[in-house]
Write a protein that binds this ligand. Sequence first.
Ligand code: HEC
Ligand code: HEC
Ligand code: HEC
Ligand code: HEC
Ligand code: HEC
Length: 379
Amino acid sequence: MAKRRLWGIRAVLWMGHAGALWAAEKPHVNPTGFTPSQVCGTCHQDIYAMWKDSKHARAFENPLFAAAYREVRREGGSAKELCLRCHAPIAGITGDLNAQQAITREGVGCDFCHSVTGVAIRDTGSPFEVEVGATKRGARVGAISPAHAVQPSILFKSSRLCGGCHEFRNDEGLAVISTFSEWRASSYPSELRSCQDCHFVPVSGRISVQRPGAPGATIPDHRLQRNQEQIREAVKLDLVRTTRNAGRVEVVLAVRNIGSGHAVPTGHPSRRLLLKVEARSAASGALLGDATQTYEKVILGGSGKALLRDVELFLRGREVRDTRITPGQARTETFAFSVPSGEAVRVHAELEYLYRSHVLAGNEWRVQVARYDSLIPAN
Ligand code: HEC
Ligand code: HEC
Ligand code: HEC
Ligand code: HEC
Ligand code: HEC
């Protein structure tokens, strides 16, 4: 078993041969290096099937990362290694910085997470302590496997495991990705609710093919689904009041983050939440006025200009303009419209989660989180 700090140069020496020799043999766990996820999947079939379609499995090969990464490579310099640290984390241990080996391209694979023994989140260059080989770590005490030793580790129930990648502060001191610290500043840690409690929830399935299928058996969901229901349950839109004085309508709305463990939206700044309000004539449908409130995190460079390209965000971000909704927070917004007096007015409000990639045009995802309609009679 080899204990290595990620991105340690010494680690380059041992993996190359062991990996190649082992690959020729029949599937079993590699005692001296990383095992491909597919091999874990021969026994852990249900978990493998979930992981395979997850963002973790595609962290390196998905077209958005690939496009951004191509740009980074064209610019040269050390940024390339920075990207791999979270999108293809074993590259730093094996030294495969050009992603020549299939196992590197697996992104965040089984054997990376299940070999982590410690996380130092403040060490932004090399937060993970990894012990790779014949022992796999998991949350449960008492698991016994014919293929590998099992060591119980509380890290697997802890947000720290996730925080090694879902938090990043650059050399300018700016928290480019701050999901972990948003969670830590919330009331969830004191309620003992970690990332896993919301993102690795129990779903029915078998832990391994060796274990006879028992009714009601569950396994942690490894899919990381981007789920509409999850967003709809987490964010609420309420009407506080509408008031009308002759030629003016005022609409007061409250947006509340009641169920997300961090800011909404969180993570990469390509996500935003939009509150769109419009007032129309009830009789003709003519638009009388509209307005949009945006909740987002914008990363600014030295000149105060918004940065969009990943290489700029990560390396050159200096400041942040953050209008996102923190856990438990309620935001009250007031919209006022001039309307013809003596006419009934229809007010429509809509809360929309918008994901839009800046790397590849046309990559967009929208969820209507909530809507509200009201008819305000003529006074
Ligand atoms: C991002 C890190 C990560 C990746 C990648 C990952 N896992 Fe897990 N895995 C976890 C965490 C965290 C838990 C514990 C969740 C809990 O119990 O709340 C877990 C639990 C498990 C368990 C124990 C299930 C139980 O009910 O006790 C097995 C087995 C497992 N994973 C296998 C795999 C396999 C196989 C893969 C790849 C196909 C994989 N994991 C990929 C983080 C990961
Ligand atoms: C030959 C079959 C086989 C292979 C291959 C295999 N495992 Fe396992 N593994 C098992 C069995 C069986 C258990 C015990 C499950 C139980 O408790 O019922 C287990 C348990 C585990 C646990 C502990 C679960 C817990 O509850 O904490 C983890 C984590 C795990 N395996 C990860 C892996 C990873 C990662 C790989 C690939 C590197 C892998 N396994 C490869 C059969 C296998
Ligand atoms: C080794 C780094 C790493 C670790 C550890 C890790 N993640 Fe991730 N995670 C990523 C990367 C990179 C992505 C984005 C992949 C992409 O879209 O290119 C991601 C994506 C996700 C997403 C999906 C985001 C989306 O856009 O839909 C969720 C949810 C998530 N991770 C939760 C977790 C949780 C919970 C843990 C801890 C149990 C964890 N991650 C551990 C690197 C990691
Ligand atoms: C109380 C439940 C809860 C906890 C705890 C929680 N999350 Fe989330 N997470 C959500 C919900 C709900 C969403 C969807 C709404 C949103 O974007 O905030 C989400 C979204 C995300 C996303 C973005 C997915 C996307 O589609 O863009 C990532 C990444 C993520 N969570 C990671 C984490 C990490 C890492 C932790 C721990 C530090 C964590 N979450 C803790 C509930 C939770
Ligand atoms: C500290 C870990 C970390 C580093 C370093 C990192 N990323 Fe990511 N990246 C993530 C996580 C986590 C996500 C997705 C989940 C989220 O939104 O939080 C992500 C998402 C992305 C996405 C998807 C954005 C979208 O539109 O959905 C792209 C593209 C990307 N990263 C490119 C890069 C590039 C290029 C680099 C190197 C300059 C890089 N990343 C460095 C963790 C990291």
